[in-house]
Design a protein around this ligand. Sequence first.
Ligand SMILES: [Zn+2]
Length: 276
Amino acid sequence: MAQSVVNKNFVGIDLGGTNIKIGILNDAGEKLYYRTIPTYVERGADSATHRMAEAVEEAIEAAGIKREDVAQVGLGSPGTLDLAEGKLVRPSNLPGWDFYPIQSKLAEYSNLPVTFAHDGPAAAFAEYWVGAGKGEPGLIVLTLGTGVGCGIVLDGHVWNGIHSHGGEAGHNIIDTSENARLCKCGQRGHLEAYASATGVANRTIEYVEAEFKTSLTERVRARKRNDEIPKMVFEEAEKGTSSPFASLKRRRAISPTAWSPSFTRSTRPAFCSAAP
Ligand SMILES: [Zn+2]
């Protein structure tokens, strides 16, 4: 008698400072269901973890699968993290959530096994598995959301680095001038203050309000519709992403053959370009 084959599915959760994204994938990496819920950072880590567990339950039902067909929940979180202990440490985009044992709490509230990862490396592995880096030996991904995340895959392995800081490119200094923009971490001139979705939005508003002459200001003023603005901002921001990639490649600690900056909340899909 032929043995029945059980297709395992996975729940993926991307915890962000603004939204929590929840998806269900099959073992080929195909999306079965996707939704977002607000993070409500100010309500605290435990409240958010309870709502994550409820959303997982609803997602399983909406995807039309059975709970026993879910192999794992994969939780990606912004750093800093203690991966071995399954804890947040001091996540700068989740103020007040310090040292929360999020892996064990989500497992308890959802009654499912939970794998815990830094969000940048999790995104990088997804791109390596079924996305922009499929077939490539290595990959660097920048994720541009509330903050700037980064993930590195080398020869098929996620590189977490010491204290999960392996991909923390958001705090690379790209502007050393005295008046460089202030980063949320308290220091100046960091990539995150310029290229995160929050940074891009803040800069756009400042430029337009201050009547600075920039290519973006002129384009924003000449627009026919407001919904054209995000694409313009992306195109201007995209010019700025070459600097951190050049920096990462120059270090030669890594030798990526592909990179993939992606806006986590953009309507534009992630893209990939072969490195020289
Ligand atoms: Zn910083």
